[in-house]
Design a protein around this ligand. Structure first.
Ligand code: NAD
Length: 279
């Protein structure tokens, strides 16, 4: 069994972004990400801080907007409009979750697709659907980088994705299709999940249930990618896969922590660079 090292691969990607940012700065285009946080969810504050730190490391300017919990939808949409019209801003990220009185779909739709570094705008999702991805949702884009940089062949392989969320499962399946895998998507109504998963050469798990997938679901020699992040009853971080149970069976696997997790921010940096280069 070989571990797929997300820490190492994400560090490589951030170093590449840093180089590209320097080149952009020399040509007079400083990459810039605007991050908007509404309310004071402690987990969101940590994510936003990590994003700011990654920007600093990669020579990307970051602007931070920390708005009160009671900010109205109109006030948020007005800020997005202002940032859309600001030529010095390349990427706009609205940290999720938003307070209940704000409609997430309206917010995604308001962000200029050229600055949509989370890849959630319908135009970017549509581009991915027709096989012309530009700005792609960061976590699934990170999984593709993990596979490619670990020399996992994707073309022609049977891939099963567990989960059909708009943020992970669906874009993940579309990206694997773009890479010429034969893709099956499983979800909460799938019958005989075990049998379907056992067909997979590459099993990508985004089911949102701690240590749910054990060796019964895994074919001998499969590559397993665990997108899940949870804290277990002992406050230990774990994924959607029961790592200890499957590790003898797989050829390659991502650990949690240190697998998919660090890739998400690295791909965000990469999307900001892409947006700036296209300007
Ligand atoms: P979600 O809850 O929106 O989606 C879970 C999916 O699993 C759903 O589509 C559902 O149909 C499917 N599912 C649920 N029970 C099932 C069952 N019994 N059989 C088959 N399918 C079933 O979650 P999400 O936002 O897509 O996230 C998935 C996981 O990835 C979570 O653990 C989340 O914490 C993690 N995550 C990690 C990162 C990262 O940066 N590494 C980013 C986003 C999400």
């Amino acid at each position: 069994m070989e571990l797929i090292d997300g820490k190492k691969i994400s560090a490589e990607i951030k170093d590449e972004c840093k180089e590209k940012a320097l080149r952009l700065i020399r040509s007079g285009k400083e990459p810039c990400l605007a991050v908007i946080l509404v309310g004071n969810d402690p987990a969101s504050s940590i994510y936003v801080n990590n994003k700011k730190k990654a920007c600093e490391y990669c020579n990307i300017k970051s602007l931070s907007y920390e708005l009160d919990e009671n900010t109205t939808e109109k006030e948020l949409l007005d800020l997005i409009e202002k940032l859309n019209n600001d030529p010095s801003v390349d990427g706009i990220l609205v940290q999720l979750p938003l307070p209940k009185h704000i409609d997430e779909d309206k917010v995604f739709a308001a962000i200029d697709p050229l600055k949509d570094v989370d890849g959630f705008h319908i135009k970017n999702v549509g581009a991915l659907c027709i096989g012309k991805p530009v700005l792609v949702s960061c976590t699934p884009a990170g999984v593709i980088e993990l596979l490619k940089r670990s020399n996992v062949e994707i073309s022609g392989k049977r891939c099963v994705v567990i989960g059909r969320s708009n943020i992970v499962g669906k874009p993940m399946a579309l990206l694997m299709l773009s890479e010429n895998a034969t893709v099956t998507i499983c979800h909460s109504r799938t019958k005989d999940l075990e049998a379907v998963c056992k067909e997979a050469d590459i099993l990508i798990v985004a089911i949102g249930k701690p240590r749910f997938i054990d060796s019964k679901y895994v074919k001998d020699g499969a590559v397993v990618i665990d997108v899940g992040i949870h804290r277990d009853e002992n406050n230990k971080i774990c994924g959607d896969v029961n790592f200890d149970d499957v590790k003898e069976k797989v050829s390659k696997i991502t650990p949690v922590p240190g697998g998919v997790g660090p890739m998400t921010i690295a791909m965000l940096m990469s999307n900001v660079i892409t947006a700036c280069e296209r300007k």
